[in-house]
Design a protein around this ligand. Structure first.
Ligand SMILES: NC(=O)c1ccc[n+]([C@@H]2O[C@H](COP(=O)([O-])OP(=O)(O)OC[C@H]3O[C@@H](n4cnc5c(N)ncnc54)[C@H](OP(=O)(O)O)[C@@H]3O)[C@@H](O)[C@H]2O)c1
Length: 247
């Protein structure tokens, strides 16, 4: 039985991916900043471990407690929407600490054991924002685009050791906690000078033609983990798939 460790399982895409792999009889290590036992089905195949991906010591502790990992899914992430000039550098650093350096640090932590076993898969969850430039998302896109480049390059050196690195690129899901999971209010990031520019964008954000469901991401992670064609990118959700086809 194979073991998957997923970051950011307290809600949204990570939670659904944990449920999905559990339902397929995998050993699942669901990690959360604040562990909760009540949101996943009880199962002897499930372990819930604490993990904040911005804590180097925490990462070392969790990876040690986890034991051998066949698949790592770097899903934990936070967003930021707003005019770039109004976004405080302190917040931009926080976004990069989670979305970018968190992924790099987790990847660092699992490579040695995968290299020794000469097997493993690392799936990095980015965003459809990397498929086509979206307005008012410059800092967030930068944090995710870095992981796109990182993963493509890393796939070459890890391929030498039979370890695969993949990208899952979800579209917009109004149903996850993503929009609420930010310490800055969107209103504070739209200065008066940007108001007329931003108004129609927020109107279109409120009525998206296509969206992504949590299950779309879980299924895309499943596909990415099982694909052996060397494919790097797995868009997830109707909006992301449409963008990737237009690109
Ligand atoms: N929803 C969208 O529209 C969308 C679109 C494209 C890509 N994505 C990406 O998809 C991934 C999952 O997002 P989601 O929509 O499922 O949002 P979500 O419901 O907010 O889930 C994000 C998860 O990341 C966790 N997290 C945040 N900071 C963390 C940290 N420092 N260490 C460990 N865990 C941390 C959160 O935990 P806490 O509960 O502790 O905060 C939560 O479990 C993210 O990488 C996001 O960028 C989302």
């Amino acid at each position: 039985m194979r073991t998957i460790l997923i970051t950011g399982c307290s809600s949204g895409y990570g939670l659904e991916t944990a449920r999905y792999f559990l339902s397929k009889q995998w050993n699942v290590i669901a990690t959360m900043r604040t562990p909760r036992e009540d949101i996943l089905p009880r199962s002897e195949n499930l372990r819930i471990l604490p993990l904040d991906v911005t804590s180097q010591a925490g990462i070392a502790q969790t990876i040690k407690a986890a034991g051998p990992i066949d698949v790592l899914v770097n899903n934990a992430g936070i967003g930021v929407v707003g005019a770039f000039e109004a976004t405080p550098m302190s917040h931009i650093r926080k976004v990069f600490d989670t979305n970018t350096f968190g992924v790099l640090a987790m990847t660092h932590a699992v490579i040695p054991q995968m290299r020794e076993r000469r097997s493993g898969v690392i799936v990095n969850v980015t965003s459809s924002a990397t498929l086509a430039p979206m307005p008012l998302a410059a800092a967030y896109t930068a944090s995710k685009q870095a992981i796109e480049g990182f993963t493509g390059s890393l796939a070459h050196e890890l391929g030498y050791f039979n370890i695969q690195a993949k990208l899952v690129e979800p579209g917009h899901a109004p149903t996850t906690s993503f929009a609420r999971n930010t310490s800055v209010r969107i209103e504070d990031l739209i200065p008066e000078a940007y108001a007329d520019f931003a108004a129609p964008i927020f109107q279109s954000f409120a009525r998206p033609a296509l969206t992504t469901r949590e299950i779309d991401v879980a299924e895309a992670v499943w596909l990415a983990v099982h694909d052996d064609t060397g494919k790097l990118r797995f868009p997830a959700g109707a909006d992301a798939v449409a963008l990737s086809q237009a690109a």
